[in-house]
Design a protein around this ligand. Sequence first.
Ligand SMILES: [Zn+2]
Ligand SMILES: [Zn+2]
Length: 439
Amino acid sequence: MNRIALAALLPLALLTAPAAADPLSDQVRADMPSLMAIYRDLHANPELSMAETRTAAKLAAEAKRLGFEVTTGVGKTGVVAVMKNGPGPVLLLRADMDGLPVVEQTGLPFASKVRGTSRAGGETGIMHACGHDTYMTAWVGAARRLVAMKSGWSGTLVMILQPGEETSEGAKAMLEDGLYTRFPKPSHAIAFHDSAGLPAGVIGYSPGPALANVDSVDIMVKGVGGHGAYPHTTKDPIVLAARIVTALQTLVSRETNPQDPAVVTVGSFHAGAKHNIISDEAAMLLTVRSYSDATRRILLDGIKRIVRGEAIAAGMPDDRMPIVTVREAEHTPATINTEALTASTAARLTQRFGAERVLRTPAVMGGEDFSRFHLADKSIESLIFWVGGVPREKWDKAGGDPAKLPSLHSPFWAPDAETTINTATEAMVTAALGVLAKG
Ligand SMILES: [Zn+2]
Ligand SMILES: [Zn+2]
């Protein structure tokens, strides 16, 4: 998701050396064989968005054994595990559960061979290509440590497993199913995401906006079809759609503030069937990204205006105007890391791992529906941070250039799971204690 060039970062010794010997590091290290067994099982058995039933049942049982009050089926397949431990803040820790319709090609001994049906209707392989298996495992690791350290903190832990992050519907589904009314409402929310842009064991954080507003827009350009030899008797939707694609480029270059990031990408363009037929429609699919609501409005309104304007310029009759559909249900709002929680957590993580392993990283134009847990009540302090997953030797071989390495969602994405999970577990416990520790 984030691509940050960090060439020649860190000597190997720094990453492999144990963090300053202390009980937390020792306990997490001792738990790693058990956590890796959970990881390999989750990795080999991924499930698609909103169908994470096996995964939810396995981890719900784990949380029950630890003494959490566990509710399943929240927002379809979501899990809420609550532990009340005296007065104090209510901390939500989130991991997401879904895999992707990707045929795994990592060659790992525990690679997924699972197959299923994608939403597009085709048969597909399924893979944890975004690393959600590493979050779930670190979620278990953090839960175990926080339970073991119960006498050292006071407050309420609300540990959630969210379905459907990849389809942007899971956080919304859990909130709509009463996450903040049926269960203690959080004062703080924390999550992490693995990163294909950082070496394994390195943590990244971005204060303020961290991930973008994401919108999906469909444009159906209609035309008047006919014979390719007689264009004057037709209205060619391909020529019109091509003009629209070009004109859309001016939205970011001429209409939005250059200081405020924005992206308009036409990711799909389909029209026509044969050399000598002028089609009667052209279909385009766009991803539209921004941070601010104002810029989001400029982009979405601008798309509608440009599409209509180009159709008029092409002489399209009123009843053949293009149709622009903004898929509101698939909207992912921008993810904001709130100031106080980000600063205090970054300081604690730096103290634990050292400044070389905790970096301030640029915001990215990817999206995360973790944003919704803060947006549902803006008084909730919120933070999502990155934990690097790229195996050190691969990072070095690529000269620290993530563009030369598999990205998240790639069928080849094989993080150094042990280092990622070990680091993430320690980091999540450290971040949680920052909110809940006594005194
Ligand atoms: Zn993803
Ligand atoms: Zn993800």
